[in-house]
Design a protein around this ligand. Sequence first.
Ligand SMILES: [Cu+2]
Length: 109
Amino acid sequence: MRAHRILHFFAVLFAVACLLGTSATAQQGKGKSHTLEGKVEGVQADRLTVNHGKVEGYMDAMTMPYKVDKPDLLKQVKVGDRITATVYDGDYTLYDVHVVPPQSKDKKK
Ligand SMILES: [Cu+2]
């Protein structure tokens, strides 16, 4: 969906702006929550790049970077891991991330 890609472009810009020192505003007022499932495609210093499936009512399937609620996660999660997480409207942060054991990867869809 084109509009969403544009949104994502701004989300990435926003993330970069945060990196450059603007204070994060992600915590103000959480919107509706959604469950996200996807595969980790990259682990950065402060973010995970996730190739996720369609998140009903939130976004189409795509690969994009997300911040995480607990930075320790970035030491545990590896490229190729499948994860589930909770995301909130307007907040490109993964909350309550779980790594899905490989044998159960197709169970949920
Ligand atoms: Cu997305």
